[in-house]
Design a protein around this ligand. Structure first.
Ligand SMILES: [Zn+2]
Length: 98
């Protein structure tokens, strides 16, 4: 008898590690909850880095997302506007700490 494993239930859900940008498996990754969201990390080191400075890594994540995903130039322009404002927030949050 064979064919019993044909259910296709072994779906792997991947998330992006906001610190190093790697794809990680939701099930096996390190997890941290922040701002009502779950974040996943490839290692305890990335998780610790994120916990130390979550806003900085979220800003970096926002920079990476829209630019990579969009091809339409009008949308890209919007995305770059978001990048600029995210960068501004990032810089002022850094300035506030010092
Ligand atoms: Zn990582």
């Amino acid at each position: 008898m064979s064919g019993c494993c044909d259910s296709g239930s072994s779906q792997i859900v991947t998330e992006r590690d906001p610190v190093c940008g790697r794809s990680v498996n939701r099930v096996t990754a390190w997890r941290h909850e922040y701002a009502d969201r779950d974040f996943f990390f490839c290692s305890a080191r990335c998780q610790a880095r994120f916990i130390a400075a979550p806003t900085a890594h979220l800003a970096a994540q926002q920079l990476a997302k829209p630019v990579g995903a969009l091809t339409c130039s009008a949308h890209a322009r919007k995305a770059w506007a978001r990048v600029a404002s995210a960068l501004g927030q990032f810089r002022s949050s850094l300035a506030a700490k010092e």
